[in-house]
Unconditional design. Structure first.
Length: 173
């Protein structure tokens, strides 16, 4: 045996004993002296993780999914995906509303889904309750940043078959 192997034995034995002592002490609520314990982990940020919950067939989830994907497709300034935005409209909007929306866009020179010429920095989707055979969802779009923001509230009507049948600036209630 060389001197390096002999010198390491007490160190390994101490580490092994500290590990066993810690494993036995934790369930008993005991503490191990600082010399025998492992170094403390770095502090973790105090920010709690965020989560989003969605439910199949729920109007607010459907509208949130549509607006999130649509804004992502339109808002990628380096590579906006007009094909994806068009496909999303085809999937989520009723055919009759899609035609009316195109006519509105031609008349107003703006994106009818967003009711704007640019893409919002933030959006919030809130349930607004049943309306006839459908459901109304409020979409609040925030444009700009810092002290120069502007909010737009849109009222989205989802028909009973989970397609968007109207987007307006006034409530159907």
């Amino acid at each position: 045996m060389n001197s390096n192997t002999t010198a390491r034995k007490p160190l390994r034995r101490t580490a092994l004993i500290a590990g066993v002592a810690a494993a036995l002490a934790l369930p008993l609520g005991l503490t191990v002296p600082a010399e025998a314990s492992a170094p403390a982990p770095a502090k973790v940020s105090a920010v709690a993780p965020r989560s989003t919950v969605g439910t199949v067939g729920e109007a607010v989830t459907r509208v949130a999914d549509f607006y999130g994907a649509y804004i992502d497709a339109k808002g990628d300034y380096e590579d906006p995906d007009g094909t994806l935005a068009t496909a999303l409209r085809g999937h989520y909007l009723t055919p009759g509303f899609a035609r009316r929306l195109t006519a509105w866009e031609d008349e107003n020179g703006a994106d009818g889904v967003l009711r704007a010429q640019n893409v919002p920095a933030q959006w919030k989707v809130t349930d607004n309750g049943a309306v006839g055979n459908g459901h109304e969802v409020v979409v609040t779009l925030t444009f700009g940043s810092g002290e120069t923001t502007q909010k737009t509230r849109l009222f989205v009507l989802v028909e009973r078959y989970d397609h968007i049948a109207d987007i307006g600036t006034t409530s159907n209630h």
